[in-house]
Design a protein around this ligand. Structure first.
Ligand code: TXA
Ligand code: MG
Length: 320
């Protein structure tokens, strides 16, 4: 294959998926690299295309709860209320899996991650097929997640069989992962659904287990979401010394001084907008091959916690 076609045809995407091909799909969080989750060979192809180690399991996607009982056990007492309040949307449930899900999907773990995306094009696509889609974010392993069809094209052109273009992702930051395989809900990845809302629904504070040294979600490794250039983080009250070819990304509008090397995650300092622009902005700056990228940490509340989690991983220097 030379070029990966980009288009908006759900029929084409569905047909290719039924032929065991791999298709990039839009979701409200980030683009996914999707294939039939019940076919071990297809899933192996997804790992290979992403260059992803086999110990890092895949999320499966469905559009209806009624279909989920073929793949998971959802007897956890908190599942129903979380589902009713937040699905479809940016929450992923880790639940005990059934035999219909091949072991390669879960990296041999007894539980599978399941999400019900809200993106209309993605839902229409799921309506047309009768199997769940295994879909990790459609980026090469450890790089920044794609939030636009062109991001996928830039990195997986010639590999993926079709790129379904659903426009820029509405949220732009991955789903929040909640493990419901134990007694109480445990958050394995901070994401687009903030902890405060989860807490409000659960009526208890969920444990957050996102440590990067001993991750419970195997994908929560230290260096992740990382651009090619060196990323350095700074606090809002911190002075930084920059050189001419460095870029500085402030959380919100910082000064009136105009410079093409100074950017903002959100002019008005809004967390939703900042979360939405984070990955796109990191890609754009990275493409300019800057000396270093200085990024200001977000306030540690709401989505700011997920933003700071991604920043910390992007800045992780494996040598230092
Ligand atoms: O928003 C999202 O969740 C996007 C869109 C495409 O749905 N998907 C996504 O997938 O971010 P991925 O593969 O890039 O990240 C999935 C994370 C990984 O960190 C993985 O380790 C964790 O989910 N995960 C998957 N299955 C798991 C399981 N059974 N137990 C614990 N963690 C799991
Ligand atoms: Mg990912």
């Amino acid at each position: 294959m030379n070029e990966s076609p980009v288009g908006t045809s759900i029929e084409t995407a569905a047909k290719l998926l039924c032929e065991n091909k791999i298709v990039a799909i839009p979701t409200e969080t980030v683009y996914g690299l999707a294939g039939n989750a019940c076919q071990a060979r297809v899933c192996a192809g997804i790992f290979e295309m992403k260059n992803r180690p086999h110990f890092d399991p895949l999320i499966i996607h469905l559009n209806e709860l009624i279909k989920a009982s073929d793949y998971v056990h959802f007897s956890h007492p908190d599942f129903q209320k979380l589902y009713e309040r937040f699905s479809p949307g940016p929450i992923t449930y880790v639940l005990p899996k059934k035999d219909s899900i091949p072991d390669i999907v879960t990296a041999g773990l007894p539980n599978v991650a399941l999400r019900f995306p809200s993106h209309p094009l993605c839902r229409d696509l799921l309506d047309k097929i009768d199997f769940p889609l295994a879909a990790p974010s459609a980026n090469p392993f450890q790089y920044i997640s794609p939030t636009r069809a062109e991001h996928v094209k830039n990195q997986l052109n010639g590999k993926v069989d079709y790129i379904l273009d659903g426009g820029p992702c509405r949220l732009g930051l991955e789903s929040t992962i909640v493990d419901l395989s134990g007694e109480k809900a445990v958050v394995l990845r901070l994401g687009s659904l903030d902890i405060e809302s989860l807490h409000d629904c659960l009526k208890y504070e969920p444990e957050i287990r996102t440590s990067s040294s001993q991750p419970s979600a195997p994908g929560q490794i230290e260096r992740h979401y990382a651009p090619g250039s060196q990323v350095l983080l700074f606090e809002s009250d911190e002075e930084i010394t920059v050189e001419a070819n460095d870029f500085v990304v402030y959380f919100k509008r910082h000064s009136e001084k105009k410079s093409s090397n100074i950017l903002y995650l959100s002019e008005d300092g809004e967390l939703l907008e900042a979360a939405n622009s984070l990955f796109h902005l990191m890609r754009e700056v990275d493409a300019l091959r800057p000396g270093r990228i200085f990024i200001q940490r977000a306030p540690e509340r709401g989505l700011g916690r997920a933003i700071n989690d991604r920043l910390k991983r992007a800045a992780h220097n494996p040598l230092g």
